[in-house]
Ligand binder design. Structure first.
Ligand SMILES: NC(=O)c1ccc[n+]([C@@H]2O[C@H](COP(=O)([O-])OP(=O)(O)OC[C@H]3O[C@@H](n4cnc5c(N)ncnc54)[C@H](O)[C@@H]3O)[C@@H](O)[C@H]2O)c1
Length: 431
């Protein structure tokens, strides 16, 4: 199928205008005004190799596939607080106040719509800018109406949605999530296993709007939404932005494994003091994050196959809420490895990162790549976008892929496929 051109305006809808959401939006304005650069974004700064290695051909990705231009993007969103994007960004304390002041008119103009929210799914949040309706299906319908109005009012050609809302309490996939019918029945009956995030997901996917989930909530990672996404021709990707410590883990672990070095301990701990940290301070919300973070090493190291090297691995992840640090997270890793003749060694990582600075380019790339996928006629789970996600969704019956280098190969080959370029297998004449 021919990929449609990215004409007109693209609306990026964000449930959750907190630290990540506002850092992303303000960043796009700053970049469009030539005040700063989109560092960390492959759609803006990444290159891709095409053809044989004998001829050096590494154009920008945006020159190989039709990425929607950054200048033609508009933003909308929802939050449980009624602060506009300028006020929310000032409170988040990620970006410099001078930079935000120079973007004040544009940022002030973006006011959150009332959220679909229920405190029992995020106990530490006390927002009041919240919709009220008798059933979860009514709330979904209200979202769909707002989305349609937003599209008309902003004269958008297409929309995408990226969840940047808080992490909700841990919920396991259950019977209500199995089919479109059971999910719709659950929405009508206010089923407790349908959290607010899934109501946004349902609304977006039902309308055929590409959807990415930046938090570890189940959201689009249930059979009912996957089925709906195929039915409505909607590309989806989840879950949980891969930034900070997990990014480092999926860079380092494949390297140790490919050299057949053993690992018997990986202790990861973080301190962070933003609102995300506060929400994750509740054990039920932390559980969602913990499950998302723990799966990573299992997949990369395959202890069931490589028992001599990894079967004793003790993997622990902690997150500690520590207000003085705000968004400036510090993540420590202690890795106990062993080598030749079982001699032990240690690796220590101390990553002083800025959480939202790492996440913002991921929001952009997920939005623009999902829009590309939609124009290319792709639907369902977009596994090639696992590259951006801590707990990637995989097709049924297949283990998710966590190794960032394998994810990169898949992402690049998908771009080559969309561009109708030859795939690179690193075999034969390719090399
Ligand atoms: N920053 C990172 O590096 C990173 C990495 C991976 C995942 N995440 C996830 O991304 C999400 C956003 O992170 P953040 O640092 O911006 O957090 P944040 O607390 O600053 O922002 C989240 C916002 O979502 C709003 N919200 C909560 N429930 C909502 C609902 N139902 N509808 C609308 N708005 C709602 C909150 O009021 C808040 O303003 C979190 O779930 C976080 O775990 C962040």
């Amino acid at each position: 199928m021919e990929t449609k051109k990215p004409t007109g305006k693209l609306g990026i809808l964000i449930p959750g205008l907190g630290a990540v959401g506002t850092t992303f939006i303000a960043g796009v304005y700053a970049i469009n005004k030539g005040m700063s650069r989109p560092v960390g974004s492959l759609t803006q700064m990444g290159r891709i190799r095409l053809g044989k290695r004998t001829s050096i051909n590494k154009p920008y990705i945006k020159d190989v596939v039709d990425i929607h231009p950054l200048e033609d993007v508009v933003f909308g969103g929802w939050d449980v607080f009624d602060d506009n994007v300028y006020e929310a960004a000032v409170k988040a304390q990620v970006l410099d106040k001078n930079l935000l002041d120079s973007l004040k008119p544009e940022l002030e103009a973006i006011k959150p719509m009332k959220a679909v929210f229920d405190k029992s799914y995020a106990k530490r949040l006390n927002g009041t800018h919240v919709k009220e309706a008798p059933t979860k299906m009514d709330l979904a319908n209200s979202l769909m109406q707002e989305i349609t109005e937003f599209k008309d009012k902003n004269n958008c050609d297409r929309l995408v949605m990226v969840w940047c809302g808080s992490t909700e309490i841990y919920i396991e996939e259950g019977p209500v999530h199995q089919t479109i019918e059971s999910l719709e029945e659950g929405l009508r009956n206010n089923h407790k296993d349908i959290p607010p995030s899934m109501i946004y997901t349902y609304a977006a996917v039902k309308l055929g709007i590409p959807y990415a989930n930046g938090a570890p909530n189940l959201s689009c990672d249930v059979p009912a939404i996957v089925e709906l996404s195929r039915q409505t021709g909607t590309p989806i990707a989840g879950k949980d932005f891969k930034t900070g410590q997990t990014l480092m883990k999926t860079i380092l672990a494949p390297g140790l494994k490919c050299r057949a070095l053993g690992i018997n301990g990986w202790f990861s701990t973080n301190i962070l003091g933003n609102r995300d940290g506060e929400v994750l301070d509740d054990p039920d919300n932390f559980k969602s994050k913990e499950v998302s973070k723990l799966g990573v090493l299992e997949d990369i190291l395959e202890p069931e196959l490589n028992q001599e090297l990894y079967s004793d691995l003790y993997h622990k992840v902690r997150i500690n809420y520590y207000p003085p640090r705000g968004d400036n997270k510090e993540g420590w890793d202690n890795i106990d490895i062993f080598g030749w003749l079982d001699y032990p060694m240690q690796i220590k990582i101390d990553f002083l990162c800025k959480d939202s600075i790492l996440a913002a380019p991921l929001v952009l790339d997920l939005a623009l790549f999902l829009d590309l996928a939609k124009r290319a006629g792709m639907s369902g789970v977009q596994e090639w976008l696992s590259f951006y996600l801590k707990s990637p969704q995989a097709p049924t019956g297949v283990r998710p892929m966590h190794d960032i280098f394998k994810q990169q190969i898949k992402l690049e080959n998908t771009i080559r496929y969309i561009a109708r370029e030859e795939l690179i297998t690193h075999l034969g004449q390719d090399y």
